[in-house]
Design a protein around this ligand. Structure first.
Ligand SMILES: C[S@@+](CC[C@H](N)C(=O)[O-])C[C@H]1O[C@@H](n2cnc3c(N)ncnc32)[C@H](O)[C@@H]1O
Length: 304
C-alpha cells in the first residue's frame, strides 16, 4: 500500500516506515534527522554520461570539479543523517576525456537518454585521458572527513564490448566503503563468501538491465552484501539516488526499512510499482516541491 504524506514544506521529515521522497537530493537530505539511518547504498549519476531529462539533475555540470563538489556537499549532509557507527557504500563509474570532440556515439541500449554532447576536457587533462572520477571523488570525501575503508572492484563478466583497439576493454566499476567514525558496525559473517571466508575486494556480478528503466540499475547482488554487513533487521537504509528502487527491493527482501530520494517523477513511479509488486508492505511517499537548485548548491560550501 502506498500512503501519500503531506507535511509542512519546511518541516523535518521523520520517517515512520519505508519512505520514497520525490525531490532534489540535497533539499530532502537537509530535512532528514541526524544519526537516523544505519547505512547508505547508492550510485550517483556519472559525470557527462546520461541525461535523466529533468532540471536540477546531477551529472550535467560542464566542469568536472563542480560535479565532484556537488557530490561532496550531498554526502557531507548524508553523513549527518548516517548513524555514528554507520557505513556508506558508494558505486561510481569512470569515463574518458572527449579530446574536445563534441559528438558522443549513441547509447545503443538507451538511444533517447545518452547526452548529445560531451563536456569539455577538464583543465590539466589531455585528449584520451581516463578521468579517474572514482578516486577523485573518494579522496575528496576523505578530505571532507569520511574514513575511506575499502575500494571494491565490481567486475562485470557480461560487460558491453567497446570498439577501442588501443587499450583494454573496461569491465569494472568501483564501490567505495566509507565510514563516519573509526569504529563502526560491520557484520563480517553476514557478508562472508559462501565458504565462510572473509569477503574479498573483487566482486564478480553480472549487470542486469531492468526493462522499464532508461539507465543502469544496481544488480541486487551488489547491494545485498552491503546491507547485510552494515545493518540489522528493521534498520533504515538510505539511497539518495533511488532510480528504479533496487536498494528498496533488497531492503524489503531482508526486512530493512528504506528511504529513497529521487528527482524524476517517472522513476519514482517505476520504483514504487516495482516495490509494491514485491510485497504488500506499506510505503510512504512524499513530494518535496522546492526547486531552487542553483541557490542551494552555490550557498553550500564544498571543502575542496
Ligand atoms: C545511476 S541512477 C541510480 C540507479 C539506481 N541505483 C537503481 O538501481 O535504479 C541515478 C539517479 O539519480 C537521479 N538524480 C539525478 N540528479 C538528482 C538530484 N539532484 N536529486 C535526486 N536524484 C537525482 C537520476 O534521476 C537517476 O535516477
Amino acid at each position: 500500500m502506498l500512503t501519500k504524506l503531506k507535511i509542512d514544506h519546511t518541516a523535518e521529515i521523520i520517517p515512520a516506515d519505508s519512505l520514497i521522497v520525490e525531490g532534489d537530493v540535497i533539499t530532502v537530505i537537509q530535512r532528514l534527522p541526524s544519526n537516523f539511518v544505519q547505512c547508505i547504498v547508492t550510485s550517483p549519476p556519472y559525470w557527462g554520461l546520461r541525461d535523466y531529462g529533468i532540471e536540477g539533475q546531477i551529472g550535467l555540470e560542464n566542469d568536472l570539479q563542480h560535479y565532484i563538489n556537488r557530490l561532496v556537499c550531498v554526502f557531507s549532509e548524508a553523513r549527518r543523517v548516517l548513524s555514528n557507527d554507520g557505513i556508506l557504500w558508494l558505486n561510481i563509474g569512470d569515463g574518458y576525456t572527449s579530446g574536445n570532440r563534441r559528438y558522443r556515439a549513441p547509447d545503443k541500449k538507451n538511444p533517447a537518454r545518452a547526452m548529445a554532447v560531451r563536456p569539455d576536457t577538464p583543465e590539466g587533462l589531455k585528449p584520451k585521458d581516463l578521468l579517474g572520477i572514482p578516486w577523485r571523488l573518494a579522496l575528496a570525501l576523505q578530505a571532507d572527513g569520511w574514513y575511506l575503508r575499502s575500494d571494491i572492484i565490481w567486475h562485470k563478466p557480461n560487460a558491453q564490448p567497446e570498439s577501442v583497439k588501443d587499450r583494454p576493454t573496461r569491465d569494472h566499476e568501483y564501490l567505495f566503503m566509507l565510514t563516519k567514525s573509526e569504529k563502526y558496525y560491520y557484520d563480517r559473517l553476514a557478508a562472508s563468501d559462501s565458504n565462510g571466508r572473509n569477503k574479498r575486494t573483487v566482486w564478480s556480478i553480472n549487470t542486469r538491465s531492468f526493462p522499464d528503466a532508461h539507465f543502469a540499475t544496481f544488480p541486487p547482488q551488489l547491494v545485498e552484501p552491503c546491507i547485510l554487513a552494515s545493518t540489522k533487521p528493521k534498520d533504515y537504509v538510505l539511497d539518495p539516488f533511488f532510480g528504479s528502487g533496487t536498494v528498496g527491493i533488497v531492503c524489503q527482501e531482508y526486512n530493512r526499512k528504506f528511504i529513497g530520494i529521487e528527482l524524476n517523477p517517472e522513476y519514482v513511479n517505476i520504483a514504487t510499482n516495482r516495490l509494491l509488486e514485491q510485497t504488500e508492505q506499506n510505503i510512504f511517499y512524499l513530494k518535496e516541491s522546492d526547486s531552487d537548485y542553483e541557490n542551494k548548491y552555490t550557498t553550500a560550501s564544498p571543502t575542496n
